[in-house]
Design a binder for this molecule. Sequence first.
Ligand code: GSH
Length: 261
Amino acid sequence: MLRPLLRPRSLPKSIKLPPSCALSTKPDITLYTWGTPNGIKASITLEELSLPYKVFPIDISTNIQKEKWFLDINPNGRIPAITDGTQRVFESGAIMLYLTDRYDIRRTLSYERGTPESIELLSWLMFQMGGIGPMQGQANHFRVYANVRSDYGIKRYIDETRRLYSVLDSRLAKSAYLAGSKYTIADIANFAWVRSGPVALEIGLEEWPALAKWVAEIEARDAVKKGVVVPYREGNSPEQVAERFKGLRARMDALGNTDKH
Ligand SMILES: N[C@@H](CCC(=O)N[C@@H](CS)C(=O)NCC(=O)O)C(=O)O
């Protein structure tokens, strides 16, 4: 059964909140995830808010995410998803908004809904959900994972990913963070994808200095360091991940252009 969210719109100054996070209700969160760009958006957000959560690893190579029990949590059969008590939330953007609406009372990662800054935040969050995520996801598919090689597909999606990076770079040349002067879930969402561009697709960030600086700064945050390794797996150090992508690209290169459509 769905429950209404109970969050005071603002707190009287006299109310003292715990230092790390302020909970309107007690969280009972399970995160269903795997170590992918979409998955780490949820774990980084949970870590940034210092929220307690259990992790249920979903190895997407086994298709467990298409099983009936999981489709009851995410009808789209993909990670990430969370449950919080009886509430389910799927789609990484919705998870981030749910967590900040419900638990980020101090507004450490978000802005009060309806303010100009919160609209800017939503715009950059949707830019990621509708742009970088799907386009870079297709670039990964064509460059790394597909069973046929399509030079057209590779070029189309890598070019579009690069174009989207230049949009981010222009914004970050003028603004410390995407929604303004504060680091928010819009930064986390875009960062989760951009950080994997160099490793998975050999898209060096040197040509976008503001973007490169922003990625390095976010990567160095303690909560981010914790969030990017959820769920913890052996054999997943940055060096091992880079080596794995190198092998997958070499496999693709060896195919030659097999897309004859
Ligand atoms: N728009 C969704 C995309 C989720 C998504 O594509 N997840 C991928 C991993 S990054 C997945 O679960 N793939 C496995 C599958 O498609 O079966 C979100 O942002 O949550």
